[in-house]
Design a protein around this ligand. Structure first.
Ligand code: TEU
Length: 568
């Protein structure tokens, strides 16, 4: 049990009332001037996180790694990547967070390792028990064992000359998949998890955890729009057996937060992970609300309607209401900046950033803030492929240039600048100093050119900033159980511009009204919505303290009306 003594400490489900802040260490803050963010850089900013009011930090991978996928390719689970620091730096960060009642959740990447990991190096040499640590198959060097595709494009298999066999990698070829059918692999993973728990961490975010179990005979997938083969490794045959074993062996401390990243799950699948009869995760990251506009694949995303957006989010709100718990996020290190995707990063950047924050902090579930979201950071521009670093985007460009209808980078630039992962990975914007105050050195990836106006220093000094609004949102959610536990009900599902819903917890009621358009719109409150006793709790524009039957909403206007708390 970690040393955090907070009011929720006794309650094993503290994370329901928490707000989690996601840190992408490579881009957060650089203390040693090498242009790469690091642990001491994060430690220097813990007071910033404390002022924001977050309850936990999810730290993306900081482990030893050749960085083929920015740390999601781990070569040693028990040491820190030198550019990020060392275990002493990590322990100081843990202590600094715990001193401020902020918990630390580490990233657990065990679907695959790096090719550089000792396990893989020994496995390719058929070295003793490691021989069967990965998914190897015979076959002629010019014909992969099946038609499965990598999530980053191309076949999911690479032929290894040393072992003279193929190995499976659902991501980059530098990320071979572990063979979870091998009990020795599971033992090694559980020992590693226990080691990190013994360091005092408060939980795990589990990378693509629903991919660890593959169909036994690895049959061909049905070629279609998306990644071929997913029907044979999304929510595979033994996934819940493995997660129950992991829970029983390692995760018996029920105050631990466990978040499974589970691409491809629907509501019913999710219940098998997080429901009362589920395999014991606290929550999952589902992808439906960030892929609903993907027509086969992400690179043609962008054509969506508010009604569709409302439908997918409401389905999860009501779907897990009685059994399970939602995670609530609109962006992360794999997704474009939410204000650019779902809002307006031009004339209404501030208003729409606040509106989207209002949505994530008033839906049922635990909000996840991705670094920079709280100051309204936007997507960036990448004039040349040389400006990019993300393996997925670079592979997409390479594949595209092989197509006859693509002449140059310019032909795919819009797609990259709309959904490319590097949009989320430009350095955190602390000030208008050179390189946004992120580093004294040369940043590993360019800063967003708008850092002179969009930065923490400026936001702190501006009472009307997105940052101050997020602080108020987090404080409000912390004070009002109706926003945490209240029943969700969508209003006017087909309204093309307004996303409105109520939250109800006993006698406590809330009404949330969000205009997703850059034009004013009238909102007529449905007759069955009781308005008595509702008072304005927070809004991103001047608004009447009590709601009327109908009201005019400005561009991207957000309002939250709540009945007074019963115990005041
Ligand atoms: O992401 C898994 C995943 O679903 C993403 O690859 C996503 O589909 C894609 O990036 C959308 O463009 C996890 C990590 O979050 C990601 O950063 C890693 O690259 C990946 O796993 C492999 O570890």
């Amino acid at each position: 049990m970690s040393s955090v003594e907070t009011k929720e400490a006794t309650d094993s489900q503290w994370w329901k009332e928490a707000v989690v802040y996601q840190i992408y260490p490579k881009s957060f803050n650089d203390a040693d001037g090498d242009g790469v963010g690091d642990l001491r850089g994060i430690e220097r900013r813990v007071d910033y996180l404390d002022e924001l009011g977050v309850d936990a930090v999810w730290l993306c991978p900081v482990y030893e790694s050749p960085q083929a996928d920015n740390g999601y390719d781990i070569s040693d689970y028990r040491s820190i990547h030198p550019a990020y620091g060392d275990m002493d730096d990590w322990r100081r960060l843990l202590d600094a967070l715990h001193e401020r009642d902020i918990r630390l959740v580490m990233d657990l990447v065990v679907n695959h390792t790096s090719k550089e990991h000792e396990w893989f190096q020994r496995s390719r040499r058929r070295d003793g028990e490691y021989e069967d640590y990965y998914i190897w198959r015979d076959g002629s060097p010019d014909e992969p064992p099946n038609n499965w595709e990598s999530c980053f494009g191309g076949p999911a298999w690479t032929y290894d000359d040393e072992r003279e066999q193929w190995y499976l990698h659902l991501f980059d070829e530098n990320q071979p998949d572990l063979n979870w059918r091998n009990p020795a692999v599971r033992d090694s993973v559980y020992e590693m998890m226990e080691w990190w728990l013994s360091q005092g961490i408060d939980g795990f975010r589990m990378d693509v955890i629903n991919l660890i179990s593959k169909a036994e005979d690895l049959p061909d997938g049905e070629p279609g729009a998306g990644q071929t083969g997913t029907e044979h490794f999304f929510n595979g045959p033994n996934i819940h057996e493995y997660l129950r074993e992991m829970r029983d062996r390692v995760l018996s401390d029920d105050s631990l937060l466990t978040i499974g990243e589970t691409p491809g799950v629907g509501v019913d699948d999710a219940k098998e992970y997080v429901g009362s009869d589920g395999s014991g995760l606290s929550m999952v990251f589902q992808f439906e609300h960030v892929t609903f506009d993907h027509d086969g694949h992400k690179w043609n995303a962008g054509n969506w309607s508010l009604a569709e957006f409302k439908e997918v989010l409401s389905k999860w709100q009501t779907g897990l209401e009685d059994d399970g718990w939602n995670s609530v996020y609109l962006n992360n290190h794999d997704q474009p900046r939410m204000v650019s995707r779902f809002g307006d990063d031009g004339d209404y950047r501030r208003e729409s950033a606040k509106l989207l924050g209002t949505l994530t902090h008033t839906l049922q579930g635990t909000p996840f803030i991705y670094q920079g979201e709280e100051i309204g950071m936007t997507n960036a521009s990448f004039a040349s492929p040389d400006d990019l670093r993300d393996v997925e985007s670079l592979n997409f460009i390479e594949e595209s240039l092989e197509r006859s209808d693509v002449q140059s980078y310019e032909d795919v630039r819009d797609a990259i600048e709309y959904v490319g992962r590097d949009n989320a990975r430009t350095p955190m914007q602390w000030s208008d100093d050179p390189n946004a105050g992120f580093t004294e050195g040369e940043p590993w990836i360019q800063c967003n050119s708008n850092y002179e106006t969009v930065n923490v220093e400026r936001a702190r000094a501006d009472e009307d900033s997105v940052l101050h609004y997020y602080r108020d949102l987090i404080e409000l959610r912390d004070e009002r159980d109706v926003l945490v536990y209240g029943e969700f009900e969508l209003l006017l599902p087909d309204h093309p511009a307004v996303f409105a819903y109520t939250r109800t917890l006993g006698d406590e009621r809330g009404l949330v009204v969000l205009n997703f358009e850059s034009e004013p719109v009238e909102f007529v409150v449905p007759a069955d919505v009781a308005l008595d006793g509702l008072e304005l709790a927070i809004a991103n524009a001047d608004a009447p303290t009590v709601p009327s039957d109908s009201f005019e909403l400005g561009p991207y206007e957000a309002r939250v009306y709540l009945t007074p708390t019963q115990h005041t």
